[in-house]
Design a protein around this ligand. Structure first.
Ligand code: FES
Ligand code: FES
Length: 183
Protein backbone atom coordinates (compact mmCIF):
# COMPACT_ATOMS: atom_id res chain seq x y z
CA UNK A 1 0.00 0.00 0.00
CA UNK A 2 1.33 3.40 -0.90
CA UNK A 3 2.00 5.54 2.13
CA UNK A 4 0.51 9.02 2.32
CA UNK A 5 2.78 11.95 2.93
CA UNK A 6 1.55 12.14 6.55
CA UNK A 7 2.54 8.55 7.18
CA UNK A 8 4.53 8.03 10.40
CA UNK A 9 7.27 5.40 9.83
CA UNK A 10 7.30 4.32 13.49
CA UNK A 11 3.53 3.97 13.54
CA UNK A 12 3.62 2.00 10.28
CA UNK A 13 6.35 -0.26 11.67
CA UNK A 14 4.31 -0.93 14.79
CA UNK A 15 1.22 -1.69 12.74
CA UNK A 16 3.15 -4.15 10.58
CA UNK A 17 4.58 -5.90 13.63
CA UNK A 18 8.13 -4.65 13.04
CA UNK A 19 8.29 -2.99 16.44
CA UNK A 20 8.62 -5.01 19.63
CA UNK A 21 7.44 -3.93 23.04
CA UNK A 22 10.01 -4.57 25.74
CA UNK A 23 10.19 -3.85 29.44
CA UNK A 24 13.36 -3.18 31.40
CA UNK A 25 14.05 -2.14 34.95
CA UNK A 26 15.86 1.15 34.42
CA UNK A 27 17.64 2.34 37.56
CA UNK A 28 15.06 0.59 39.73
CA UNK A 29 11.97 1.68 37.78
CA UNK A 30 10.05 -0.56 35.39
CA UNK A 31 9.99 1.06 31.95
CA UNK A 32 8.40 -0.20 28.75
CA UNK A 33 8.95 0.96 25.22
CA UNK A 34 8.91 -0.01 21.58
CA UNK A 35 11.97 -0.88 19.54
CA UNK A 36 12.84 -2.33 16.20
CA UNK A 37 14.36 -5.84 16.37
CA UNK A 38 17.71 -4.44 15.17
CA UNK A 39 17.71 -1.39 17.46
CA UNK A 40 20.75 -0.96 19.68
CA UNK A 41 20.25 -0.88 23.42
CA UNK A 42 22.10 2.46 23.52
CA UNK A 43 19.57 4.02 21.14
CA UNK A 44 16.63 2.51 23.03
CA UNK A 45 17.88 3.88 26.34
CA UNK A 46 18.46 7.35 24.93
CA UNK A 47 15.66 7.82 22.44
CA UNK A 48 12.83 5.67 23.76
CA UNK A 49 13.45 5.94 27.49
CA UNK A 50 14.98 9.44 27.44
CA UNK A 51 17.97 8.50 29.60
CA UNK A 52 20.48 10.59 27.67
CA UNK A 53 23.21 10.40 30.32
CA UNK A 54 24.50 7.37 28.41
CA UNK A 55 26.59 8.68 25.54
CA UNK A 56 27.25 7.15 22.16
CA UNK A 57 30.58 7.60 20.42
CA UNK A 58 31.93 4.95 18.08
CA UNK A 59 28.90 2.62 18.06
CA UNK A 60 31.13 -0.40 17.58
CA UNK A 61 32.47 -1.27 20.98
CA UNK A 62 35.72 0.68 20.99
CA UNK A 63 35.30 3.93 22.92
CA UNK A 64 33.37 2.71 25.98
CA UNK A 65 31.21 5.86 26.16
CA UNK A 66 27.98 3.84 26.06
CA UNK A 67 28.81 1.56 29.02
CA UNK A 68 25.87 0.66 31.27
CA UNK A 69 25.22 -2.18 33.68
CA UNK A 70 23.04 -5.07 32.53
CA UNK A 71 22.00 -7.19 35.50
CA UNK A 72 24.84 -5.60 37.46
CA UNK A 73 27.60 -6.18 34.92
CA UNK A 74 29.24 -3.44 32.86
CA UNK A 75 28.37 -3.81 29.17
CA UNK A 76 28.67 -1.71 26.05
CA UNK A 77 25.12 -0.82 25.17
CA UNK A 78 26.08 -0.28 21.52
CA UNK A 79 26.97 -3.97 21.27
CA UNK A 80 23.63 -5.22 22.56
CA UNK A 81 20.25 -5.16 20.92
CA UNK A 82 17.45 -3.61 22.89
CA UNK A 83 15.41 -6.83 22.57
CA UNK A 84 18.23 -8.69 24.36
CA UNK A 85 17.63 -6.48 27.39
CA UNK A 86 13.94 -7.36 27.67
CA UNK A 87 13.18 -8.28 31.28
CA UNK A 88 16.63 -7.28 32.54
CA UNK A 89 17.85 -4.62 34.92
CA UNK A 90 19.68 -1.73 33.27
CA UNK A 91 21.62 0.75 35.36
CA UNK A 92 22.86 3.96 33.81
CA UNK A 93 24.81 6.94 35.09
CA UNK A 94 21.54 8.60 36.12
CA UNK A 95 21.19 5.93 38.81
CA UNK A 96 24.59 6.48 40.44
CA UNK A 97 23.65 9.42 42.63
CA UNK A 98 21.05 9.30 45.36
CA UNK A 99 18.83 12.31 44.74
CA UNK A 100 21.17 15.28 44.59
CA UNK A 101 23.90 13.47 46.48
CA UNK A 102 26.74 12.26 44.30
CA UNK A 103 28.00 8.73 44.80
CA UNK A 104 31.47 8.43 46.34
CA UNK A 105 32.82 7.65 42.88
CA UNK A 106 31.27 10.73 41.29
CA UNK A 107 32.50 12.87 44.19
CA UNK A 108 36.03 11.53 43.70
CA UNK A 109 35.89 12.41 39.99
CA UNK A 110 34.90 15.92 41.01
CA UNK A 111 37.67 16.17 43.64
CA UNK A 112 40.37 14.95 41.27
CA UNK A 113 39.14 16.88 38.21
CA UNK A 114 38.77 13.57 36.41
CA UNK A 115 36.62 15.01 33.66
CA UNK A 116 36.76 17.89 31.28
CA UNK A 117 34.24 17.78 28.39
CA UNK A 118 32.53 14.85 30.11
CA UNK A 119 31.68 12.93 26.98
CA UNK A 120 33.47 9.79 28.12
CA UNK A 121 32.58 10.19 31.78
CA UNK A 122 29.27 8.35 32.06
CA UNK A 123 30.74 5.22 30.52
CA UNK A 124 33.91 5.39 32.59
CA UNK A 125 31.92 5.86 35.79
CA UNK A 126 29.81 2.80 35.02
CA UNK A 127 32.89 0.67 34.30
CA UNK A 128 34.61 1.90 37.46
CA UNK A 129 31.50 1.28 39.56
CA UNK A 130 31.39 -2.33 38.39
CA UNK A 131 35.15 -2.77 38.77
CA UNK A 132 35.27 -1.45 42.33
CA UNK A 133 32.55 -3.90 43.36
CA UNK A 134 34.85 -6.73 42.33
CA UNK A 135 38.32 -5.34 43.04
CA UNK A 136 38.68 -3.62 46.38
CA UNK A 137 42.43 -3.02 46.43
CA UNK A 138 43.57 -2.41 42.85
CA UNK A 139 47.05 -1.27 41.88
CA UNK A 140 47.52 1.74 39.62
CA UNK A 141 48.53 -0.63 36.83
CA UNK A 142 45.32 -2.64 37.24
CA UNK A 143 43.19 0.51 37.15
CA UNK A 144 44.96 1.65 34.01
CA UNK A 145 44.35 -1.74 32.43
CA UNK A 146 40.66 -1.52 33.31
CA UNK A 147 40.50 1.97 31.80
CA UNK A 148 42.16 0.79 28.60
CA UNK A 149 38.68 -0.09 27.36
CA UNK A 150 37.76 3.60 27.36
CA UNK A 151 38.84 6.49 25.22
CA UNK A 152 39.16 9.91 26.85
CA UNK A 153 40.48 12.72 24.69
CA UNK A 154 40.75 15.31 27.46
CA UNK A 155 42.13 14.18 30.79
CA UNK A 156 45.21 12.12 30.02
CA UNK A 157 43.66 9.47 32.33
CA UNK A 158 45.87 10.25 35.34
CA UNK A 159 43.17 12.13 37.32
CA UNK A 160 40.73 9.29 36.61
CA UNK A 161 43.21 6.75 37.93
CA UNK A 162 43.72 8.86 41.05
CA UNK A 163 39.98 9.13 41.61
CA UNK A 164 39.49 5.37 41.35
CA UNK A 165 42.38 4.61 43.70
CA UNK A 166 41.08 7.23 46.14
CA UNK A 167 37.60 5.64 46.23
CA UNK A 168 39.06 2.18 46.73
CA UNK A 169 41.23 3.42 49.62
CA UNK A 170 38.35 5.28 51.30
CA UNK A 171 36.05 2.28 51.01
CA UNK A 172 38.69 0.06 52.58
CA UNK A 173 39.17 2.58 55.39
CA UNK A 174 35.42 2.68 56.01
CA UNK A 175 35.23 -1.10 55.98
CA UNK A 176 38.10 -1.37 58.48
CA UNK A 177 36.53 1.26 60.72
CA UNK A 178 33.23 -0.61 60.73
CA UNK A 179 34.94 -3.90 61.54
CA UNK A 180 36.85 -2.21 64.36
CA UNK A 181 33.67 -0.72 65.78
CA UNK A 182 32.02 -4.17 65.84
CA UNK A 183 35.05 -5.91 67.39
S1 FES B 1 29.60 3.89 21.58
FE1 FES B 1 29.69 1.92 22.45
S2 FES B 1 31.78 1.49 22.69
FE2 FES B 1 31.74 3.41 21.62
S1 FES C 1 36.60 14.23 29.55
FE1 FES C 1 36.47 14.73 27.42
S2 FES C 1 36.68 12.80 26.43
FE2 FES C 1 37.00 12.35 28.53
Amino acid sequence: MRKGKDSNPLHDAHQSGALRSITVNLNGVSRSGACEPRELLSDFIRHELGATGTHVGCEHGVCGACTVHVDGVACRSCLLLAVQADGRRIDTVEGLSIGNTLSDLQAAFQRHHALQCGFCTAGILMSCADYLQRVTNPSEEQVREMLSGHICRCTGYTPIVKAVLDVAARRRDNENAMEASHA
